[in-house]
Design a binder for this molecule. Structure first.
Ligand SMILES: Nc1ncnc2c1ncn2[C@@H]1O[C@H](COP(=O)(O)OP(=O)(O)OP(=O)(O)O)[C@@H](O)[C@H]1O
Ligand SMILES: [Mg+2]
Length: 458
């Protein structure tokens, strides 16, 4: 077998020399680059398969490291990348992994560490290639994601969802951002007699009026500048099925008036047309705004509101159903671990306590992000509190709510220890001095609470 070819990109000559020496002694082929632009040119002009792995510094002088990574991934989607970071740039590393880097390593690193990581990444590449076809099948089979809950609050809502799904009534789904409105809309369609037809959705907040109108109603050729072809709108495409109008609270009055006509009369005019079209569509709408307030302020039509809101499904915020945090966290943990090929089996009890006592302003979406980040940062088999963002356990800061008064002594202690460790750059002796405890006690508490230290401090 020809030697595996490793590309290294780092502006520090010393690192290039150090890595080059180690890798060559292990029988790897090495190419070094001190500029991001150089590396990209090499990837662009080379052939797929002429490099097996890229080791890249996250901070580059000529180009932002994230840009280099993004470009490298665009040019070579399957090239595994290991990011090198300086201590204290964990967020860079997390961002890099979201962009598709395989892993990261904090400088300075011992020889054994980088070699082990390389070997794992290269091995995994082979496995991936072998399994690619199989995995694609799996992903295809898993189109709808499961709805996870344990609380009776959510169960009530879910039961109601199933109950009303079978009717043909229009339904308004309300709730704070990230509570699962889109997921409920999908469940409604799936459990309705229309499930053999399409569920289409459109985000009313993301488009300008002109675009939203032509997307919804379609247009005839020449209806406006740029309309070179006639185009069917979503209403027509969804005929027989369901149309999900997301962020309906952001729809302008002009479009609201046109929509009312379809909801009421089941007919509409494509842009530029003179003869109306008839459709049979069930409407689901979602919003995180208080529509009644919007009506009072003259921003939302009352008649449209009553047409869309035959039944309301109101999603409770996550903080009002803390029992759901654990099953959701485990679900997201399993999913991320599977995607990233990590073997993480559990959540440390202290980490779970932190998750359960946080108010989750971003609701389930925020929890999903926190768990994804935690999986990236976790090295062992269990998510520990150190892999959670500091803000989750920073109780007692001036901007946090009154709920802190109910925090346990343990969680306050944990939060304080983490804050001090963070401030001292994880300097244990300095931290124990500030905390007024012995170094040994600090070590014990770090172990007890499962506080994770950055790799090179361990
Ligand atoms: N009960 C749940 N079980 C599993 N996943 C969930 C659940 N609730 C929400 N999610 C996930 O959380 C994320 C946010 O959910 P969703 O997009 O449905 O929220 P939303 O209410 O539409 O938010 P927004 O108002 O910001 O659009 C999605 O990735 C969704 O899959
Ligand atoms: Mg949504």
């Amino acid at each position: 077998m020809p030697p595996k070819r490793i590309l290294i990109c780092d502006d520090e000559e010393e690192i290039l020399r150090y890595l080059g020496k180690i890798l060559i002694s292990q029988g790897y082929g090495v190419e070094s680059f001190s500029r991001g632009a150089q590396l990209l040119r090499r990837l662009e002009t080379g052939d797929e398969g002429d490099a097996d792995l890229l080791l890249q510094d996250v901070r580059m002088p000529d180009m932002d490291g994230v840009t280099v990574l993004r470009e490298a991934k665009r040019l070579r989607p399957s090239l595994p990348v290991i990011i090198m970071t300086a201590f204290g740039t964990i967020d860079d590393a997390v961002g890099a992994i979201r962009l598709g880097a395989y892993d990261y390593v904090t400088k300075p690193f011992p020889k054994e560490k980088i070699l082990a990581l390389l070997e794992k990444a290269l091995e995994r590449e082979v496995l991936i290639r072998e399994n690619r076809a199989l995995r694609e099948e799996l992903i295809k089979g898993r189109t709808t994601s499961p709805i996870i809950f344990r609380s009776s609050r959510f169960k009530e809502l879910y039961d109601l969802t199933l109950q009303v799904a079978g009717s043909d009534a229009n339904i308004l789904i309300t709730g704070e951002s990230g509570t699962g409105k889109e997921l409920i809309a999908a469940a409604l369609h799936q459990h309705s007699p229309r499930n053999g037809k399409r569920l289409l959705s459109i985000n009313c907040a993301a488009l300008t009026d002109t675009l939203l109108e032509s997307q919804l109603f379609g247009h005839l050729r020449g209806a406006f500048t740029g309309a070179v072809e006639s185009r069917k709108g979503l209403l027509e495409e969804a005929h027989g099925g369901t149309l999900f109008l997301d962020e309906i609270g952001d729809m302008s009055p002009a479009i609201q008036a046109k929509l009312l006509r379809v909801v009421q009369e089941r007919e509409f005019l494509p842009v530029g047309a003179t003869r109306p079209k008839v459709v049979d569509v069930r409407f689901l709408a979602a919003t995180n705004k208080e529509l009644e307030q919007e009506i009072r302020n003259g921003r939302f039509r009352e008649d449209l509101y009553y047409r869309l809101n035959v039944i309301t499904l109101q999603l409770p915020p996550l903080r009002e159903r803390p029992e759901d945090v654990e099953p959701l966290a485990r679900h997201f943990l399993e999913r991320s671990a599977r995607r990233m090929n990590r073997e993480i089996v559990g959540i440390h009890p202290m980490a779970l306590t932190i998750l359960e006592s946080y108010p989750w302003p971003g609701n389930v979406r925020e929890l999903e992000n926190v768990m994804e980040r935690a999986v990236i940062l976790t090295r062992g088999g269990e998510i520990e509190s150190g892999a959670l963002p500091l803000k989750l356990s920073t109780l007692g800061s001036p901007d946090s709510g009154g709920d802190d008064l109910l925090a346990s002594l343990e969680s306050v202690e944990l939060a304080h220890i983490r804050r001090i460790l963070d401030r001292t750059g994880f300097h244990k002796s300095r931290s124990s001095e500030i905390l007024g405890i012995s170094r040994k006690t600090l070590d014990r508490k770090i172990a007890e609470y499962g506080i994770r230290l950055p790799c090179n401090q361990e």
